[in-house]
Design a binder for this molecule. Structure first.
Ligand code: FES
Ligand code: FES
Length: 204
């Protein structure tokens, strides 16, 4: 007589096992669903408009924007300031360069919300009383552009480059302007323009 008590499949055990497996599978599925819900809720919250005041070229601008809006899109799409250009939209080309509290930044990678309370200067804010800024005049004098697409970013970057003290020789100018790409390769003329404008900018 054989004792099969240990080998006989037990309906209860089998059912309990399956219930356990099903239960353990449900936990991550439920957690995943909850995470997806939370994710879509967060995405919805991010899409809700927020109020922000940007100080642009000396004027306060009140905007109601998506919290994910970049400074570049706020300028171009909401304020109509299209001087700052969108080249790569990935921080690679420098076409979108603006000054924030006198520091050059790629505005395509800077959130507008993060710039609140700071002074944003764009290419539109450089000239005074119908007189070109010395760097703008130097770019004209030296034919430092061809298509002009990169030029606003080049000029904003060049102004900061001079103020940083990085425009005392050709090698420094090339190095510290290297974040601004010119597809027309106007580089020698850009260097000449920066050198021309530097003394006048440093005089203040
Ligand atoms: S558009 Fe911002 S770096 Fe190219
Ligand atoms: S002038 Fe054409 S990209 Fe620089």
């Amino acid at each position: 007589m054989s004792d099969n008590s240990s080998s006989k499949p037990s309906g209860f055990d089998r059912r309990a096992f399956l219930t356990g497996v099903a239960g353990s599978a449900l936990v991550p599925m439920t957690a995943r669903a909850a995470a997806q819900d939370a994710g879509s809720q967060a995405a919805q919250d991010l899409a809700l408009p927020v109020d922000v005041t940007l100080r642009v070229n000396g004027q306060d601008k009140h905007l109601r924007i998506d919290a994910r809006t970049t400074v570049l899109d706020a300028l171009r799409e909401h304020l109509g300031l299209t001087g700052s250009k969108k080249g790569c939209d990935h921080g690679q080309c420098g076409a979108c360069t603006v000054l924030i509290d006198d520091r050059r930044v790629v505005s395509c990678l800077t959130l507008a919300l993060a710039a609140e309370g700071q002074e944003i200067t764009t290419i539109e804010g450089l000239a005074t009383d119908d007189r070109l800024h010395p760097m703008q005049q130097a770019f004209v004098d030296n034919d430092a552009f061809q298509c002009g697409y990169c030029t606003p970013g080049q000029i904003m970057s060049a102004v900061a480059c001079v103020k940083e003290g990085h425009a005392t020789n050709d090698a420094d100018i090339r190095e510290y302007m290297s974040g601004n790409i010119c597809r027309c390769a106007a580089y020698p003329n850009i260097v000449a323009a920066v050198k021309q404008a530097a003394p006048e900018i440093m005089k203040g």
